[in-house]
Design a protein around this ligand. Structure first.
Ligand SMILES: *Cc1c(COP(=O)(O)O)cnc(C)c1O
Length: 376
């Protein structure tokens, strides 16, 4: 919640559902990361919210960017970030997209397989490449699973292969899973990176860079540890593994950078019951899984919801979206309570919705418009 977004909504009364993002909070998040982890460069993970206004604020503050497509690369360049501030950080890329990025001047690329290295050697000769390793994602509310990354022995072999192919075996990266509340997972991952460095030293390779990914959590319904707790784990592990030979370090925060800056305003479409016997009410909002709240899948991300009746007596609810689709239920299992006074037409506020919402919104499912977004 931010007073600025609530004030804006009260004054302008834009049509709901609408996400209002306070750009001052985005800037604050960037500055906090720089202050708490001054030796780790920030590469904002664009997919969290690629709005031009956000990219511009961060580009002006000196941030770099983690992009995963030519569309995101173009958006960063348009925002004023030079290609030296862009990392093409996804491990599966079309060769022509690599060539496009290289043509634009991008020189930093992720990989986790030999086939990807072959493409990079062809389309981005001499580029700096970094290998993503697998690391445990336990403790993450939105785990990234095993989709990207490889085991440590393979990572070492691939870095050697990169050198043979004329690429620069530049670094190692990982991602501990998104909304990761267990700070020790960064230490576990950095220890794993240290192991790869030891293996590579035997082949005469000293990577120059370690990319600790994103994953830093924000407060939704439950409080999370402060960023200082994560910084302590990270710096402890870096000191333990690299001592005075500290490599260049990058991080790729997405959610942490923009999540708290956004508030989603939604209208209650209906409050109803299914039987005379049950106390449970069904609350239908004008936003759901298909309107941008995809992270409620499996009730992973539990948004805090404010209503005009807060403070009044509450009762159990199931919260659903506006479409006819049976999958369009936000919360059924995780015990939400909302005020008994809640009625059709009330406006509710979903806080910390600045990340992973707008671009998850369907184009026109059931005739509903994509989520509107405003940056103030
Ligand atoms: C999505 C993603 C991020 C951002 O993760 P958050 O949990 O939002 O901080 C960072 N790096 C990569 C490679 C990603 O795919």
């Amino acid at each position: 919640m931010t007073p600025k977004t609530d004030h804006f909504f009260r004054q302008r009364r834009p049509e709901t559902p609408v996400l209002v993002v306070d750009l001052d909070i985005v800037a604050d998040s960037y500055r906090t990361l720089r202050r708490v982890l001054p030796q780790i460069e920030v590469f904002y993970a664009v997919k969290a919210n690629p709005a031009p206004a956000i990219l511009r604020v961060l580009a002006d503050l000196g941030s770099s960017f983690d992009a995963a497509s030519v569309g995101e690369i173009d958006a960063c360049l348009t925002a004023g970030a030079g290609p030296e501030r862009i990392s093409y950080g996804i491990c599966s890329k079309k060769q022509r997209d690599i060539a496009y990025a290289y043509g634009k001047g991008v020189r930093l690329f992720a990989f986790d397989s030999e086939a990807e290295l072959d493409k990079l050697a062809e389309a981005a000769p001499g580029a700096n490449v970094y290998c993503r390793i697998l690391t445990p994602n336990g403790g993450a509310d939105w785990p990234l699973s095993r989709k990207f990354g490889c085991e440590l022995d393979m990572a070492a072999d691939l870095m050697i292969r990169a050198r043979e192919l004329g690429l620069v075996p530049y670094g190692i990266s990982f991602h501990v899973g998104s909304q990761q509340t267990r700070a020790t997972q960064w230490a576990v991952a950095i220890d794993r990176v240290g192991e790869v460095f030891v293996r590579l030293a035997k082949a005469g390779i000293t990577p120059q860079m370690v990319n600790i990914g994103g994953g830093f959590p924000i407060t939704y319904r439950e409080p999370v540890p402060g960023i200082e707790v994560f910084a302590e784990q990270i710096e402890g592990a870096v000191a333990r593994n690299f001592g005075r030979k500290r490599p260049r370090m990058l991080m790729e925060p997405g959610r942490y950078m923009v999540g708290a800056a956004g508030t989603l305003y939604s209208e209650v479409v209906l409050v109803s019951r299914k039987s005379y016997a049950e106390e449970l009410r069904w609350v239908y909002l004008d936003i759901g899984k298909f309107g941008g709240l995809a992270e409620t899948m499996d009730e992973c991300i539990k948004y805090a919801i404010r209503t005009p009746h807060d403070g009044g007596e509450t009762g159990p609810v199931t919260i659903a979206g506006p479409t006819c689709d049976g999958a369009d239920i936000l919360y059924e299992k995780c015990a939400y309570q909302l005020p008994k006074g809640l009625r059709s037409g009330d406006i509710v506020m979903l806080d910390a919705t600045g990340a992973y919402t707008t671009t998850y919104s369907a184009v026109n499912f059931n005739g509903f418009l994509p989520l509107r977004d405003v940056y103030i």
